[in-house]
Write a protein that binds this ligand. Structure first.
Ligand SMILES: [Cu+2]
Length: 483
C-alpha cells in the first residue's frame, strides 16, 4: 500500500511537471520560448556580408548586439550563361544578394544605399522583420541616396529578403533577393562546411542560350514561362571550378533560398540524403529527406554528412529545369572510398549528371546477330538504325543537337577533324569542355555499348550525312581503338 502510494505520487508528480512544461509555449528543441523582444542588446557590431556561396562566420555564443548592416544596391551587367548577358539588379553586387547573419534579439540597423549610377529606386522587404512591409515602407531609396531603419530579430530562422518596389515582380526577377539568417541564442550546432545557395527563375527575350545582351521579358514572366532556372544567379555558378566542396566525413549545411519570382523548387542533391531539413527554414526539423520543397520567397536549411567521395549534383528535381534551364550545381567531395556504402564503378563508364550514376543507353547491348555490312551503302543503312535508337535522343534527328546541351553532329568541325577521336568518344564517352562550330559544350556523353560493327556503321552514317566529310569507318578501325 505504501509503495502504491509512492508510485501514485510519482505518476501525479510527472503529470504535474508535464502540465507545467506544456503550459508555456515550447520553442526550438523543446526549450521554453522567451519573449525575444525583451532580449537586451549590448555593444555594436559591423555585420560581415558575404557573396554566395559563402556565409559569414557563425554567431557562436555572442550576446545580442546592435548589428549594423551596410548594403549597396548595384544595377550591373553580368553573364547569365556562356555568351548570354543580363542586366542584374543586386543587393551588394551579387545574385542572390549578400548573406546577412544575425542572432535572435539583435537590433539590426540597416543602411540601404542606392548607388548613384543606378537608374531606378529600390527598397527592401526582409521576411525576418516584424513590421509593415518587412521594412519596405521605410527603405524606399532613389539612386544616389541612402536610408537607415532598424528592427529587432524576434524569430530565429532563415529568411528571404527582396526588393518590393513596383513592379515588384520585375525587381525580383532581375535578381533582387537574398537571405538573412537569425540564429537561436547559442547559435546553430557546429558543422564543418556551410554554403549559401539560392534559386531564381529568369525571363529573357531570347530563349535559353540565345547569345547577346538579353532584356527582361515581362510577358514570359507573367506567363511563368522561365528561360532560365538557376542557382546563384547564373548557369554554372556552382559547377566545374565553381563547385562547392567538402571532404569525406564532414558535415555540410546548406542555407537554401528560393527568390522565385514564380517557381517553387524541388531541391535535391543526387546521391545524398538530407540527414536533417529545417522545413521552410522554421523550427520543425525533418530527418532522412530526399527532396525538399522550397516555396518562392521561402528557404530551407539542409544538413548532411558526406560519406563517400565524388561529385554530387544539386538540382531542382523539376528536372527539365536542371538539364535544360540551368538549375544544376555540384558538391565535390574529396577523400577515400568507402566500398560498403558505395561500391564505386564496377563497370567502365562516365559519371553522368543525368541521373548521377553510371549509365548505358537502354536496349543497346551487343547485337545478337552480327550481320557484317558488305558495302558502304549497306553500312550507312544499318548505321542509320543504330543512330535512331542510340544517338537521336540527344543529337536529334538531323544531327542538329540542342543548343548548350548536346553538340551538333551535322556539319560538325569537331567531328570532321578527327575520325579516331570520334570513334573513341562513342566507345568510351566524353566529358569536359569542347568547342563545336564555335560553340562551347561542357557536358557528359555516356560510353555507348555497341559492337565494333555498330560503331563503324553509325559513324559512317553520320560522316556521310548532313554535309560531313564522307569518311568511312571500318570495324577494324574501331577494334584498334577499343583495345
Ligand atoms: Cu528594386
Amino acid at each position: 500500500m505504501k509503495y502504491i502510494k509512492q508510485i501514485l505520487g510519482i505518476i501525479l508528480l510527472s503529470i504535474g511537471v508535464g502540465i507545467i512544461f506544456s503550459s508555456c509555449t515550447e520553442g526550438d528543441s523543446g526549450k521554453p520560448m522567451l519573449d525575444t523582444s525583451l532580449i537586451p542588446v549590448s555593444g555594436d557590431l559591423e555585420a560581415e556580408l558575404t557573396a554566395p556561396p559563402n556565409v559569414p562566420a557563425p554567431i557562436g555564443h555572442r550576446s545580442a548586439k546592435k548589428v549594423k548592416v551596410n548594403m549597396v544596391i548595384l544595377e550591373k551587367e553580368a553573364e547569365m550563361s556562356d555568351g548570354v548577358k543580363y542586366v542584374y539588379w543586386t543587393f551588394g553586387g551579387s545574385v542572390p544578394g549578400s548573406f546577412i547573419r544575425t542572432r535572435v534579439g539583435d537590433e539590426v540597423e540597416f543602411t540601404l544605399k542606392n548607388h548613384p549610377d543606378n537608374k531606378l529606386p529600390h527598397n527592401i522587404d526582409l521576411h525576418a522583420v516584424t513590421g509593415p512591409g518587412g521594412g519596405a515602407t521605410s527603405s524606399f531609396v532613389a539612386p544616389g541616396h541612402e536610408v537607415t531603419f532598424s528592427f529587432k530579430t524576434l524569430n530565429p530562422g532563415l529568411y528571404v529578403y527582396h526588393c518590393a518596389t513596383a513592379p515588384v515582380g520585375m525587381h525580383i526577377a532581375n535578381g533582387m533577393y537574398g537571405l538573412i539568417l537569425v540564429e537561436p541564442a547559442g547559435g546553430l550546432p557546429e558543422v564543418d562546411k556551410e554554403y549559401y545557395i539560392m534559386q531564381g527563375d529568369f525571363y529573357t527575350k531570347g530563349n535559353y542560350g540565345e547569345p547577346g545582351l538579353q532584356p527582361f521579358d515581362m510577358q514570359k514572366a507573367i506567363d511563368e514561362d522561365a528561360d532560365y532556372v538557376v542557382f546563384n544567379g547564373k548557369v554554372g555558378a556552382l559547377t566545374g571550378d565553381n563547385a562547392i566542396t567538402a571532404k569525406v566525413g564532414e558535415t555540410v549545411r546548406l542555407f537554401v533560398g528560393n527568390g522565385g519570382p514564380n517557381l517553387v523548387s524541388s531541391f535535391h542533391v543526387i546521391g545524398e540524403i538530407f540527414d536533417k531539413v529545417s522545413i521552410e527554414a522554421g523550427s520543425m526539423v525533418n530527418e532522412n529527406v530526399q527532396t525538399t520543397l522550397i516555396p518562392a520567397g521561402g528557404a530551407a536549411i539542409v544538413e548532411f554528412k558526406v560519406d563517400v567521395p565524388g561529385t554530387f549534383i544539386i538540382v531542382d528535381h523539376s528536372i527539365f529545369r536542371a538539364f535544360n534551364k540551368g538549375a544544376l550545381g555540384m558538391i565535390k567531395v574529396a577523400g577515400d572510398d568507402n566500398k560498403t556504402i558505395y561500391s564505386g564503378t564496377q563497370i567502365e563508364g562516365i559519371y553522368l549528371p543525368e541521373g548521377g550514376a553510371i549509365q548505358s543507353m537502354p536496349g543497346t547491348g551487343p547485337a545478337p546477330k552480327a550481320e557484317k555490312a558488305s558495302t558502304v551503302d549497306r553500312q550507312i543503312e544499318m548505321g542509320k538504325q543504330v543512330y535512331a535508337k542510340t544517338c537521336l535522343a540527344c543529337h536529334q534527328a538531323e544531327g542538329q543537337g540542342i543548343a548548350n546541351a548536346f553538340p551538333p553532329l551535322a556539319n560538325s568541325d569537331y567531328l570532321n577533324a578527327n575520325v579516331n577521336r570520334s570513334i573513341s568518344i562513342v566507345l568510351k564517352g566524353k566529358t569536359g569542355e569542347i568547342t563545336v562550330n564555335g560553340k562551347k559544350y561542357n557536358s557528359v556523353m555516356t560510353a555507348q555499348m555497341l559492337t565494333d560493327e555498330e560503331v563503324a556503321n553509325v559513324l559512317t552514317y553520320i560522316y556521310n550525312s548532313w554535309d560531313n566529310n564522307k569518311s568511312v569507318v571500318t570495324p577494324a578501325m574501331v577494334k584498334k581503338i577499343r583495345n
